[in-house]
Each structure stands twice: as structure tokens, then as C-alpha cells.
Design a protein around this ligand. Sequence first.
Ligand code: C2E
Ligand code: MG
Ligand code: MG
Ligand code: MG
Length: 283
Amino acid sequence: AAKAMGRNRTVVYSPDMREKVEQRASITRDIREALRQGQIVPFYQPKIDLQTGKVVGFEALARWHHLDQGLLTPAAFQTAFEEPELSIAVGEQILKQVAADIRKWLDEGIDCGTIAVNLSPAQFNWIGLAKRFLEIIQAAGVPPERLAVEITETVFLGSTASHVVTALKEFHDNGIRIALDDFGTGYASLVHLKQFPIDDIKIDQSFVKDVESDADSAAIVLAVIELGTSLGMEVIAEGVETIGQVDFLRRGGCTQAQGNFYAAPMSSCQVAHFLNRREAECA
Ligand code: C2E
Ligand code: MG
Ligand code: MG
Ligand code: MG
């Protein structure tokens, strides 16, 4: 027993840990296979200008057409955005599809506005991220002004922080918009708004959800709108579900809204139809 405590001690995984490690390896294999089969695709959710009611653009949100489990949202395959290598492969494939969709819409004379792509901290781990991103959209013949990237405040934490600064500058210098996602839920520091070229702030849905029922949420949302607009940024409310929330946000000076009140995320082939119908309704 004494020897077991000594230098040559081997690490023993508990059955629990072993199971977790194996689960992770197996989901990673499944995701790689899904990528090869083209089962992971972007869906699109519109962003609406709260003054004009026009569609400003869409956010691309990953979906997995799983053979047995149906359409999965990212909550069911988080690993895809967290594992360093896998997140690069998944991100690349989603971006290629987004770029191809934008090119197709433009060729068909469909004004899809700006399409925002989410980037996780793991993706920023890779120093080549911004360069590769730009290569992909250029290869597809898509102007960078058609794209935005959505980052969360967690990218400013830890070892990726210095890559992030370089990457954001590269995105920004090339005309890609930068949105700060889930604002107020992460490691919120106002320094980020000053130090980095942020164009848009997205107010997290956890605040938007309660604006009608909770005075604190309402006050926070109004303060963020004031902050963002006075810095010349677009302020986008996420997860908008009711007309009451829309009225509150519009009166509060929020510039854009996104949520199931307008439309749930839709497949790329539904986008043109959505835009046509919306134009007809708003005319
Ligand atoms: P997010 O970027 O904050 O996206 C907003 C989430 O809110 C999406 O969840 C969207 O479907 C959901 N949502 C939209 N409208 C409503 C509404 O009215 N009510 C409610 N309750 N929810 C609404 P989703 O699609 O499950 O994505 C979850 C998260 O996964 C995203 O949060 C984003 O952080 C991440 N994600 C999604 N796609 C990608 C991707 O392609 N790459 C990376 N790196 N992350 C992604
Ligand atoms: Mg987002
Ligand atoms: Mg968000
Ligand atoms: Mg979120």
C-alpha cells in the first residue's frame, strides 16, 4: 500500500470518469461522421429593424439532422463547439455552407442582409481562424460586408485572449461586423466595448424574457440599450417572443430584435419564401 502512494502511482479512473471520457470520444466520432455525411447544417433566424420592421439579416445557427434523434440543436452536441480540433472542422463546414447560401441568394437577387456566424472560444484557440474564415468567403465569392461574427465575453478570458485581439482586428479591418453575444451573462467588462471593435451588442434572452414582469430586468435592458446606442452600436434583443416585449424594446430605443415572435430558425430553403412573405406583409 505504501508503494502505491509513492512515485510510481498510476492514475486510476473511476468507472464514472472512464464512462465520461468514452462518451466524449464516441460523440466526437459521431460528429465527425455527421460532418462527412453533411448532416450538420446552418439554420437561419431573422433579425428585424425595430423602427422599419425590415429584415436586417439573419443569424446562422447549427442544426444536426440526426438519423435517429431528428433535428438536434447545439445543446445536444456542445462538444462540436468545445473540442479544439473538432470545433475548427465544424466551424469550417458551417461557414462554407453559409457562404454558399449567401452567394446563391445574391445570384437570385434575394437581399438576405448580413449573416452572422457564431464563433466559440475553442475556435479562437486556433491562430489561423480569421485568415481561414476570410479565405472561405472569398473562395465562395461573398463580400465580407455580408458577414458578421458573434462572440461571447468568455473569449476574452484565458489563454485565447491574445489571439482574440488579433483575430477581431483582422475581421474588422476586412469589413466583417463583430457582435458581442449574450451580453451581460459572461465576464462583463465595459473595457471590452472600448478596447475591441464591437459593432453590435446582443442582449441575452434571460433579460429580455422578463422585461414585462420584472423591474430589474427592464432596468438592465434599458441601461444596455442606452449604453450601446450612445457608443454608436446596434443593440439587438435576443429571444423576443411577445408583442409586449417588442413594444417595450421599441419604446426603449432598441434597434433590432430577433426571436420566435418573428420567426424560429429556419432551413436555408425557407429563407427566400420568408423574405417574400415579409415584404408583402410590410408593404
Ligand atoms: P446564441 O448565439 O445566443 O443563439 C441564440 C439562441 O436562442 C439559439 O439557440 C436560438 O435558436 C434561440 N432562440 C431564438 N429565438 C428564441 C426565442 O424566441 N425563445 C427562446 N427561448 N430561444 C430562442 P440554439 O440555436 O439552440 O443555439 C444555442 C447556442 O449554440 C447559440 O447561442 C450559440 O452560442 C451556439 N451555436 C449555435 N450555432 C453555432 C455555430 O454554428 N457555431 C458556434 N460556435 N456556436 C453555435
Ligand atoms: Mg449568437
Ligand atoms: Mg445569444
Ligand atoms: Mg445564448
